[in-house]
Design a binder for this molecule. Structure first.
Ligand SMILES: Nc1ncnc2c1ncn2[C@@H]1O[C@H](COP(=O)(O)OP(=O)(O)OP(=O)(O)O)[C@@H](O)[C@H]1O
Ligand SMILES: [Mg+2]
Length: 587
């Protein structure tokens, strides 16, 4: 047995007692004394697992902290839900301003320190990418799902029990939504489609022009919809471009039957107004190709130099002749056009536009039925686009724009937005993106659920009934999911300034007596039948909201350890990471 006693400062005397009782005494003068928090592994050298700068939190504290962080994030954007939503004004580090009530756009701009807060923000982004709408709802719901778990954690219930119950409740909710509550919609029923899009943009700034916004969104989506062998493709991102031009009024915004680009003709004498143009699209340059890297040419005679120039000219002439042979009226190329090429084209009465973006070129191709060609030798009659009715250069504000419109069967379009200022236009664009996504979602999966909190109330009611059949303690968290769903109608009522408790009790009573489609009228805060009010939401958006919210709550509850460390030397950074303040999240 070894017994160590501390003598003086750093001197140790170690006595080795033999069984016989004889003791040997060693005096160690410069022995290192361990700091109290480092342990000796198996009596040997200390094991340093975590670096000195890391901070570690574990156990219940972490879980409660995560719950608090989730709730704090939800509180930030709670007032942005519904038709009476408030806008937030955010200033980015560069001094730019964002004014919006779109959940994702707000959270994208704010800086959050707590890791749980960060993952909450991430789900808003996922929601935006996946279905484009419901970003506020998903955060509010996820925050509430975490909030209702707090009581169980306080009662020492193990997180896995809570998680299991949550997961089962989610599965039940999904099958309820899909099989019992959702109703099918005829995708050719235009008034109904407009109604759905209207309830989506009704919560937005553009809501005041909702008729206009709805027709724009629906027309754009119908334009880019492509049906091939039963497969339906709606690629809004690529083929429905939103162009914002400050000035004018919002009423002047339109969907073009074709596309528009911010380009002017290369030569002032070229034609600027052509009816039924033949369009050729190229992605090669109409210039003499220079050597790839630095090229040296050694010439002996002066006449050789002239010959080189001549060759260049001949090459350009040949290329231009190949283009001219197709008798186009307009040529677009992604690369450059030299002065000489412009001259040849002008002589043949062809209008040319250069340095078009690849994406724009693809859009023109879909609008007028042309094919983008890489080599002029390969130009054929089928590659020429003849679908457009009008080519025109117009001056709007201070800039020149090229319009290719009146297309016969455009499969791409440009949405032209006008508005008072850049900030207003940006917000209108975000709103329109929501509307476009909703239009796409219902065309891809034509199923609807009633909005205004009606569907949440209905699901909550059934889940609460079902929770009685759940065995064991799991039934409480299962029931809590049902309660958490009520946050959507509650917040809608709250944002209208009504008495939430009275309204919710009345709504619960309504649902108990068979009023399945009753919810909150977001304008007045009174109870209303969503069928008569005409507030509908796509099923795919609702499903995604439920799935993401519950999954995130599950994920955050499963965490019982946060190790945060900074590579930086300063201690501040190391400890700050895991200690969010209210302000840091609300900033
Ligand atoms: N006129 C209305 N009356 C009642 N509820 C409404 C009305 N219009 C929309 N809602 C409800 O408001 C909620 C949607 O609000 P909002 O559009 O502000 O947020 P979001 O769609 O979750 O997020 P975001 O649009 O910011 O991505 C839905 O639950 C919808 O049913
Ligand atoms: Mg919305």
């Amino acid at each position: 047995m070894i017994v160590a006693t501390l003598q003086e400062h750093s001197r140790l005397i170690i006595r080795h007692r033999e069984s016989a009782g004889v003791s040997l005494v060693y005096l160690l003068s410069d022995i290192w004394i361990k700091p109290p928090e480092i342990m000796f592994g198996g009596g040997a050298a200390p094991i340093l697992v975590l670096s000195q700068n890391t901070k570690r939190d574990a156990g219940k504290k972490v879980q409660l902290e995560n719950v608090a962080a989730g709730k704090a994030i939800a509180d930030v954007i709670r007032t942005c839900l519904g038709p009476q939503a408030m806008l937030k004004m955010l200033m980015d580090p560069m001094g730019g301003i964002v004014m919006t009530n779109d959940g994702n756009a707000i959270l994208r701009e704010i800086t959050v320190q707590h890791p749980a807060g960060k993952s909450m923000i991430e789900i808003a982004r996922t929601q935006d990418e996946e279905v484009g709408d419901g970003t506020t709802s998903v955060i509010v719901l996820a925050g509430e799902m975490l909030g209702v778990a707090e009581q169980f954690l306080a009662q020492q219930m193990h997180p896995t029990v809570i998680i299991r119950a949550y997961r089962q409740a989610l599965e039940d909710a999904i099958s309820l939504l899909q099989d019992n509550i959702s109703i099918a919609l005829d995708p050719n029923d235009r008034p109904k489609l407009l109604e759905v899009i209207k309830s989506c943009v009704g919560t937005k700034f553009i809501g005041r022009w909702s008729d206009l916004a709805c027709t724009i969104a629906l027309d754009a989506v119908h334009t880019v919809m492509l049906e091939e062998n039963g497969r339906r493709e709606i690629d809004i991102k690529r083929y429905a471009k939103v162009e914002k031009i400050p000035g004018g009024s919002i009423e002047e915004s339109t969907v073009l039957r074709g596309v528009m680009l911010n380009k002017d003709v290369t030569h002032p004498k070229m034609r600027r107004y052509i009816e039924n143009p033949r369009i050729v699209l190229l992605d090669c340059s109409l210039e003499y190709k220079k050597g790839e890297s630095q090229t040296n040419i050694e010439i002996l005679k002066e006449s050789d130099f002239t010959r080189i120039l001549q060759l260049e000219e001949e090459h350009i002439q040949k290329v231009c002749e190949e283009v001219i042979a197709m008798k186009p009226d307009v040529v677009f190329t992604e690369k450059g056009i030299s002065d000489l090429a412009q001259h040849f084209l002008l002589k043949a009465g062809i209008t040319a536009i250069r340095r078009v973006r690849k994406t724009d070129n693809n859009r023109i191709a879909r609008a007028c039925g042309a094919t983008v060609v890489n080599r002029t030798e390969e130009l054929r009659e089928e590659d020429v686009g003849t679908g457009a009715g009008l080519f025109e250069i117009k001056k709007i504000g201070d800039e020149y724009f090229c319009f290719i419109t009146e297309c016969k069967n455009p499969k791409a379009c440009t949405i032209l937005l006008r508005g008072a200022s850049k900030d207003v236009l940006n917000e209108i664009e975000r709103n329109l993106q929501d509307a476009l996504h909703v239009a796409r979602n219902i065309l891809v999966e034509p199923k609807l659920v009633p909005g205004g909190g009606a569907v949440e109330m209905a699901v909550a009611q059934i889940l609460a009934e079902k929770s009685k059949l759940v065995q064991g303690v799991g039934q409480w968290p299962y029931r809590a999911v049902a309660e958490a769903l009520e946050i959507i109608p509650r917040t809608l009522a709250q944002n209208c300034g009504t008495n939430t408790i009275r309204t919710l009790t009345a709504l619960r009573a309504k649902h108990a007596t068979g009023g399945d489609t009753w919810g909150i009228n977001g304008e007045t805060g009174e109870l209303a039948d969503m069928c008569t009010l005409g507030i509908w939401e796509p099923l795919s958006v609702k499903l995604q909201i439920y799935k993401t919210a519950v999954e995130t709550a599950i994920l955050l509850l499963r965490i019982d350890d946060i190790v945060s460390g900074s590579k930086k030397k300063d201690k501040e950074g190391g400890t700050k990471t895991a200690q969010p303040t209210e302000e840091s999240m609300k900033e």
